[in-house]
Design a protein around this ligand. Structure first.
Ligand SMILES: Nc1ncnc2c1ncn2[C@@H]1O[C@H](COP(=O)(O)OP(=O)(O)OP(=O)(O)O)[C@@H](O)[C@H]1O
Ligand SMILES: [Mg+2]
Length: 137
């Protein structure tokens, strides 16, 4: 396990860009942490790390955003998921079995659904500007 502390959004974003270098097509990254912890900031950094310069934001209502990139990036936010079975409706099996990079905010909402997570990131809010980021493999 790796643990670091960041002091700003941009520091978290650049940490994530560096973290992305360790990812390969097919990987599934779970992002845990309270509301406003910085999960989406990490997703932005990972996308930038893969060269995607477009808009990255929480797909709360849509559940999933697909970013056109090589490799493709699938950004899921399960916060508003009502039932783990709804994951079949959004086609999650295709994402997690694909050669893209899948990023999942609020993975706990999937219950026992097998997400095939390869990397886990947990973000803890220390104060307004500090975050403790733990990385598990
Ligand atoms: N060190 C830091 N790292 C990341 N974000 C920070 C940091 N300090 C302050 N912030 C702020 O925390 C917020 C993080 O928002 P973000 O949308 O990434 O959270 P989230 O975990 O995705 O929340 P949600 O569960 O609502 O999707 C931003 O407003 C950002 O500016
Ligand atoms: Mg978010």
């Amino acid at each position: 396990m790796n643990k670091i502390t960041t002091n700003s959004e941009s520091q978290t974003e650049s940490w994530a860009g560096n973290f992305a270098k360790g990812l390969k097509p097919g990987d599934v990254v779970a992002l845990e942490g309270d509301l406003g912890a910085g999960k989406t900031v990490v997703c932005k950094g990972i996308c930038k790390g893969f060269g995607f310069e477009g808009l990255v934001n929480s797909p709360s209502y849509a559940i999933v955003h697909e970013y056109p990139n090589e490799p493709p990036i699938y950004h899921l936010d399960l916060y508003r998921l009502k039932n783990a079975n709804d994951l079949y409706d959004i086609g999650i099996e295709l994402y997690i079995a694909s050669k893209g990079i899948t990023l999942i905010e609020w993975p706990s909402m999937a219950g026992n659904f097998p997400l095939n997570i390869t990397h886990r990131i947990a973000i803890k809010i220390i104060n307004e500007s500090e975050r403790e980021i733990s990385e598990f493999k």
